[in-house]
Ligand binder design. Structure first.
Ligand code: AMP
Length: 248
């Protein structure tokens, strides 16, 4: 069985982002970019399934600018077998991404597609769900454990009340949550080897997908700063301040 893993190039989670002065978006000039953290977890999970003998090949796919090749090379250095870069210098919305991954899935016929639960730049949390609907496949979202059986998988999902275990038919789409695993680091020799691993280049048009946006971002603004706190001397004072603030 093959596994297809979607990886997105996003602003590194350690970067303190700046909003452009005209409010048209986030300033990406000279900003460190990395693999979306949930996608690192997806790659790790696919590699563990391969190491466990359940999977024969791990293919990673990214839709983004030419520089997204770096993100794919990171996944290859972690251990993925080959990569597909669907190049678009323009921003792509989750529906476009889902349609393109569907096209890749139709060509590659994976038994499982793993995507992150959310990209930390747009926080959409839509791609995996849309993809499973477009393919007509089962989905196991917010996974904190994945076990592959015969033509089925058991997925433990992180839900509000705790953990929910579901069984889904394969092929399926799984979206990864934070507690699924701790991704490995790519070693230096593997980073070097990854440079020689195969990387296919495609365009959205190869999958018959138009990238014309359907959403219009009206404004991007920084969150308002927090107000300074106050120190209280006694419990009584704390209770009275909480009461006057309407908290209790
Ligand atoms: P989102 O629905 O945008 O929050 O993204 C959820 C997940 O979909 C991400 O964690 C990625 O696995 C995948 N994804 C979203 N956009 C892309 C992209 N441009 N290229 C590859 N994968 C993506």
């Amino acid at each position: 069985m093959k596994i297809l893993v979607a990886v997105k190039r996003v602003v590194d989670f350690n970067v303190k982002i700046r909003v452009k002065s005209d409010g048209s978006g986030v300033d990406l000039a000279n900003v460190k970019m990395s693999m979306n953290p949930f996608d690192e977890i997806s790659v790790e999970e696919a590699l563990r399934l391969k190491e466990g003998g359940k999977v024969t090949e791990v293919i990673v796919v990214s839709i983004g600018p030419a520089k997204a090749e770096e993100t794919l090379r990171t996944a290859l250095a972690m251990g993925a077998d080959r990569a597909i870069l669907v190049e678009s210098e323009d921003e792509v919305e989750p529906l476009v991404v889902a349609k393109i991954i569907k096209g890749v899935a139709e060509a590659e016929q994976p038994g499982l597609i793993i995507v992150g639960k959310q990209a930390i730049d747009d926080d959409s949390n839509q791609t995996g769900q849309m993809l499973s609907a477009l393919l007509g496949w089962a989905q196991g979202t917010f996974a904190s454990k994945v076990e592959i059986g015969d033509n089925k998988a058991q997925v433990t999902r992180e839900v509000d009340g705790g953990l929910q275990m579901i069984e889904i038919k394969l092929p399926a789409v799984v979206t990864t949550d934070l507690r699924l695993n701790e991704p490995r680091y790519a070693s230096l020799p593997n980073i070097v080897k990854a440079k020689k691993k195969p990387l296919d280049r495609k365009s959205p048009a190869d999958f018959g997908v138009s990238i014309t946006p359907r959403l219009k971002i009206l404004k991007t603004a920084e969150p308002s700063g927090r107000k300074a706190g106050v120190k209280v001397k006694t419990v009584a004072e704390l209770v009275s301040s909480l009461k006057s603030a309407g908290v209790i």
